[in-house]
Design a protein. Structure first.
Length: 447
């Protein structure tokens, strides 16, 4: 690839990396601040956030369908198609938000019992879910707008607002958790309230920026634009991606439920591990995001040779970022063990689980780039659905149940087998990559 390609890649990568760092820090701040309230609060926050993660996977699937179409149409310079795609994504996201908001607002205890049988954790997690449902509605708007901007190579807006949201979330967390400056002490409920307010500010900012954007705007009126052809293409591409991400998220949630049945020490340790892993994967996920957009733009412009070379270049970059991510986890172990306020047993689990994640990052990095980035850039979403579903449900969940409840292996071994899931699918992933079946233009001249 020429230097211009790498300059464009770096131009997009840095804002996305910063955006991912802010996202990782946002969830980390919640865990760190809940650390002062005790291990039960950490466990409750971690398990309640699994429901939010399922919502995220729905949004991610919808975004994947949006971005693979939008990126190719942007490469074609068809802005009317971008507006129609945005409208379809808004309708889908808001429908998902409404559905999950009802669950969190009306049946929080039922949802918490899926993850743990412990009454104290169920009660604390329910407090969080009763408030966080508002966030889902706001998140649907901002996520859709950021997705369309990203498909057009404009990533700075999302980075700026994630930064503002992060700072505001820290301040509000302090106010509501600890009752600073006369505010009432709300504990874990304060975390949810701070998140909702921060997201409301972000959405307001999106509407302001939208007014001055020449091509990519956030308009609810786009939901009423109609194109049967684009809608058919959207759902044809988006539905497998959506099912893929929901299947992945549900399976990962099942992993957490399996560990939740092994005791609060395991849950608390895993919640801290997730924080460290989120930071270690910011580079990997950024490469996957940018790689998908740039390869999609090239395919939409019918530059297939350049798209193939670009995919190869991003795969090499991902291997490097995967190594860096593993080193980040390794370097973070002493610091994490020093400041985590967990029981002695939980600290033992934490140390071993962190060591396992040193290698796990590489599997996550490569699969995310290829399945969620490169393959989807060419409209190939069915492969990921089939591959991830068979792997995570056919191997991961079954391995977790067998090792935990049938063979009753030690907790660390259960976690080890769960973390092999990313590597089990490598032979099929690389085989599909080499086949080049993902390298195809899905845009239309009339719609």
């Amino acid at each position: 690839m020429d230097r211009q390609f790498y300059r464009e890649a770096l131009k997009m990568l840095f804002p996305v990396i910063i955006q991912n760092i802010f996202g990782a820090m946002m969830s980390s701040v919640d865990v760190v601040m809940l650390n002062s309230l005790g291990q039960d609060a950490i466990s409750a926050g971690s398990l309640a956030s699994q429901y939010t993660m399922i919502v995220f996977m729905f949004y991610y699937g919808i975004s994947s369908g949006s971005i693979l179409l939008a990126a190719q149409y942007f490469g074609k310079k068809d802005y009317n198609a971008l507006n129609i795609i945005e409208g379809i994504a808004l309708k889908c996201s808001l429908a998902v938000a409404a559905l999950f908001s009802v669950g969190a607002g009306l049946f929080p205890q039922v949802l918490m019992r899926v993850y743990t049988p412990e009454p104290v954790i169920i009660e604390e997690g329910s407090k969080y879910l009763r408030i966080i449902w508002v966030y889902y509605l706001l998140w649907a708007l901002s996520n859709t707008y950021f997705t369309i901007l990203r498909s057009a190579g404009k990533v700075t807006v999302a980075t700026v607002f994630n930064g503002i949201g992060f700072v505001l979330n820290i301040v509000l967390n302090a106010f509501f958790i600890f009752g600073l400056f006369g505010c009432r002490k709300l504990g874990i409920s304060g975390v949810a309230l701070a998140t909702c307010i921060s997201q409301a500010v972000c959405v307001a900012g999106c509407f302001v920026v939208s007014r001055f954007s020449p091509n990519v705007k956030l308009k609810l009126s786009y939901m009423f634009l109609k194109s049967g052809v684009l809608a058919k293409d959207f759902f044809k591409m988006s539905l497998p991606a959506l099912l893929n991400d929901v299947s992945w998220g549900a399976a990962f949630s099942a992993y957490v439920a399996i560990m939740g049945r092994l005791g609060s020490d395991v849950v608390a340790a895993n919640s801290v591990v997730c924080v460290v892993r989120n930071f270690a994967t910011v580079f990997c996920y950024a490469v996957a995001t940018v790689g998908g957009v740039m390869v999609g733009n090239l395919i939409g412009a019918e530059k297939f040779r350049e798209a193939e070379k670009g995919a190869s270049a991003f795969l090499k970059i991902t291997v490097v970022t995967g190594m860096i991510g593993g080193l980040v986890v390794l370097g973070a172990i002493p610091l994490t063990l020093r400041y985590a306020s967990l029981s002695e047993q939980a600290m033992y689990y934490l140390k071993q689980m962190l060591f396992i994640n040193v290698y796990y990052i590489m599997g996550t990095a490569v699969n995310t780039l290829l399945i969620a980035g490169i393959f989807r850039a060419g409209g190939c979403t069915k492969f990921g659905l089939i591959c991830d579903t068979i792997d995570m449900w056919g191997y991961g969940v079954i391995a977790g149940i067998l090792t935990a409840f049938v063979f009753k292996l030690p907790v660390v071994w259960v976690y080890f087998f769960l973390c092999l899931d990313e590597f089990v699918k490598w032979p099929w992933v690389f085989s599909f990559y080499r086949s080049k079946k993902w390298l195809r233009n899905i845009t239309r001249n009339t719609y």
